[in-house]
Design a protein around this ligand. Sequence first.
Ligand code: DSN
Length: 441
Amino acid sequence: MADPSSPPAASMAEVVEQVRNAVRVHSRRFERAIPLIASENLLSPYAKELLISDFHSRYAEGLPGERYYEGNEQVDEVERICLDLARRLFRCSFADVRPISGTVANLAVLKALAAPGDLVGTARLSDGAHISSAGFGAFGLRGVKPVHYAWDEERMTIDVPKTRALLLEARPKLCLFGLSLFLFPLPVKELAPTLQEIGALGWYDAAHVLGLIAGGQFQDPLHEGCSVLSASTHKTLPGPQHGLLLGESKDPEVGRKLASAAFPGVTSNHHLNAMAALAVSLAETHEFGRAYAKQVVANARALALALHERGFDVLAEKLGFTASHTIAVRVAKEGGGESVAQRLAAAGIITNKNLLPGDTSPKHPGGIRLGSPEVTRVGMKEREMVRIAELLDDLLHKGVPTERVLEAAAELKKGFTGVQYCFGAGEAAYRYYDLVGRPVS
Ligand code: DSN
């Protein structure tokens, strides 16, 4: 049956123009907006260039020097550089850059280190865990069963004594430390002796905090007791949408199993253009990552404090609100997560509704999640965080019309449209380029 909302039939040439135009409109919209999604970021000019390079058109299954296809000499060269940069940045012995996303990296870990029916420790979704650890996500696909950690709501982290007791009782095979609402470091060091006692491996999902770890501004899970780390590479580490596996284990079998789970387990080809872009992003993180990560955390704290001072219920006040790029705001009195996120988007402030501890309906979360990675990437500092808090206050508390906040957001963004903390800094971050590389306004 025809979709009643579909547009009238058009020629395919018109469809192509429609798609190109939609992407241009989107780019222009984000150029004028304040993007605060904690999981998003902007690519540097050199990383972006590689996404539309000829690497995009090629296959290179296997590892450098052991490919199934010919013509891979330069792919091998780039992948070796990428692997070396990853191992040096995170000071670990094993890296694999073939998973094509964070979730695919998580599936690789589950395939390598757990079997159907095994128990795997994790936080609950409502406490901030990623959907990978849900029955309808990667855990369900691999057929593993969760052992849920006890949660300390006030400190927004795992409750160590209660979780230790739970782990001693259930004895899971693998314990996942990682969140999508990632405010504070997790107690890897504190639970490492328990993991050792029950013979469980520690696994850290660093998707959200990879850039903070690289920049030395968060915990260092591979040196605190985790043997394996999975991640996406486009959140606080401002790289391409891709995945990554790292390992630090005395047992060489762990790396061997992870490599074979990455390929041929959960990937065939591994998006060579994104892998090349990742090599650039890792090199730029070596060079600029510490300054960037420091400012990301400083901006998140400044935004949280400015919102708190304007009457917003920002979580974890006693702990300084956050030690990461993310803050969580309970917005029941402002109308609930869904309505608030939609009103903010209409005013040019892009956020997402988010489940908070104690929420029961995933469709009607009580909070919003705000993140500082992208606004920091375009050069904003603490002063701009205060201005962003004022815009939220104007819209959600003071009844300033949406149109006026939209204009004020665009005005604020005017001075911040070039990407920073990279080679070629200052290049327009949101510009759409046509096929021959001309910028299109
Ligand atoms: N869904 C992403 C996030 O926003 O946290 C993680 O994959």
